[in-house]
Design a protein around this ligand. Structure first.
Ligand SMILES: NC(=O)c1ccc[n+]([C@@H]2O[C@H](COP(=O)([O-])OP(=O)(O)OC[C@H]3O[C@@H](n4cnc5c(N)ncnc54)[C@H](OP(=O)(O)O)[C@@H]3O)[C@@H](O)[C@H]2O)c1
Length: 271
C-alpha cells in the first residue's frame, strides 16, 4: 500500500519500485544484487510482513522478513554506499503511556509483529547507524486492505457495527506519509522520526467518522478489545508525537482531512 503511494508521489527523481517478486528481502544475495542494479542513492524499505495476527501465529516468518530482511537490505545499502529509510511501527511501544510517544521513549513491544520491528530497529542502528527509522501507524489508502475500506464495505450491508474504543492512535493516509518520506529523504534525515497524520482517535471514533462522511445510517457501537479478542495484543495508546517531524520542518495534515481525500480518491476509482 505505501509502496504504491510512494511510486505515485515521488516526482522529480529517478525512482525504481521493487516488489516481492523482484527481490524477496529474506534472500541476502538477491537483495544485494537488486540494490547494486538499482544504483540508488536512497532506499526506502516499505516491504514487511504486516499481518499483525499472522505474525503472532507465525513468529519465524515475522522475524525472517521484518528483522532479518531489514538487516539484509541495510547490509546491501551499506555495501553500495546508499542511504536507507526503514518503516517501523507504533507497535514497538507497550501502549501504557497517556501522552504522545517521543522518539526516545523505551521500546516495549507486546506482540510478535512489534518485537520483529523493534529488533529490526536495534539491528539497523548497529549495521547502518546513519539510517532513518520512520515509525508510523494505522495506515490507510486505496492500494490495499485497510480499516476505512473494511468499514465502508460492512456499513453498506449492516445496520450496526461494533468497533473497539480502547485503542487510541493516529490514522495515517499513505499519500501524506509518502510525501513526508520524500521530504525526509531529500533532507537526509537520520535517526528515529515519527510520521503520522495529525490528531488521534480510537478505532471506534475513526469508524464513526468514516460512516458519517460516507452518509451511511449504520450505527457504530463502542466495544472493548476484550470483547473482540484477536491473536495479537495491541497497545491501548500508541499516539506518536509529531515533534521529531516538526524539528525537520515537516507538517502532516489532520487525519480527518486525510480521510476526506481518501474518500474522494476511492470514489474516483469507483470502489
Ligand atoms: N499498515 C499499517 O497500518 C502500518 C502501521 C505501522 C507501520 N507500518 C509499516 O509500514 C510499511 C508499509 O506498510 P503497508 O501497509 O504499505 O504494507 P503492505 O500493504 O502489507 O505491503 C507490504 C509489502 O511487503 C511485501 N513483502 C512481504 N514480504 C516480503 C518479502 N519477504 N520480500 C519482499 N517483499 C515482501 C509485500 O509483497 P506481497 O504482497 O507480494 O507479499 C507487500 O507488497 C511496513 O514496513 C509496515 O510494517 C504499517
Amino acid at each position: 500500500m505505501l509502496g504504491k503511494a510512494l511510486m505515485r508521489e515521488w516526482n522529480g527523481d529517478a525512482v525504481t519500485g521493487l516488489n516481492s517478486r523482484d527481490a524477496d528481502i529474506r534472500d541476502a544475495k538477491r537483495v544485494q544484487q537488486a540494490v547494486r542494479d538499482s544504483r540508488s542513492e536512497c532506499i526506502v524499505l516499505a516491504a514487511a510482513y504486516t499481518d499483525v495476527d499472522g505474525c503472532e501465529n507465525n513468529p519465524e516468518l515475522a522475524f525472517a522478513v521484518n528483522r532479518d530482511g531489514a538487516v539484509n537490505v541495510a547490509s546491501a545499502a551499506r555495501e553500495a554506499g546508499a542511504r536507507l529509510l526503514f518503516l517501523s511501527s507504533d507497535y514497538v511501544f507497550d501502549g501504557k503511556k497517556t501522552q504522545p510517544y517521543e522518539t526516545g521513549a523505551t521500546r516495549n513491544p507486546q506482540s510478535v509483529y512489534g518485537r520483529s520491528k523493534a529488533e529490526a530497529e536495534m539491528a539497523l542502528i548497529e549495521v547502518l547507524p546513519e539510517s532513518c527509522i520512520a515509525r508510523t501507524s494505522w495506515l490507510f489508502g486505496t492500494g490495499g486492505k485497510c480499516f476505512p475500506d473494511t468499514i465502508l464495505k460492512l456499513a453498506a450491508s449492516r445496520p450496526a457495527l461494533d468497533v473497539v474504543n480502547d485503542q487510541r492512535g493516529c490514522p495515517t493516509y499513505v499519500i501524506d506519509l509518502a510525501r513526508a518520506i520524500v521530504q525526509l529523504c531529500r533532507k537526509d534525515a537520520r535517526g528515529i522520526v515519527h510520521a503520522t497524520n495529525a490528531g488521534d482517535c480510537t478505532w471506534f471514533e475513526f469508524a464513526q467518522e468514516i460512516v458519517r462522511s460516507a452518509g451511511f445510517a449504520t450505527e457504530v457501537r463502542p466495544v472493548s478489545s476484550a470483547q473482540m479478542a484477536r491473536p495479537a495484543p495491541r497497545p491501548s495508546y500508541s499516539v506518536l508525537s509529531a515533534a521529531s517531524l516538526r524539528r525537520l520542518g515537516i507538517e502532516m495534515p489532520t487525519w480527518q482531512d486525510a480521510l476526506r481525500r481518501y474518500m474522494d480518491e476511492r470514489n474516483k476509482l469507483g470502489s
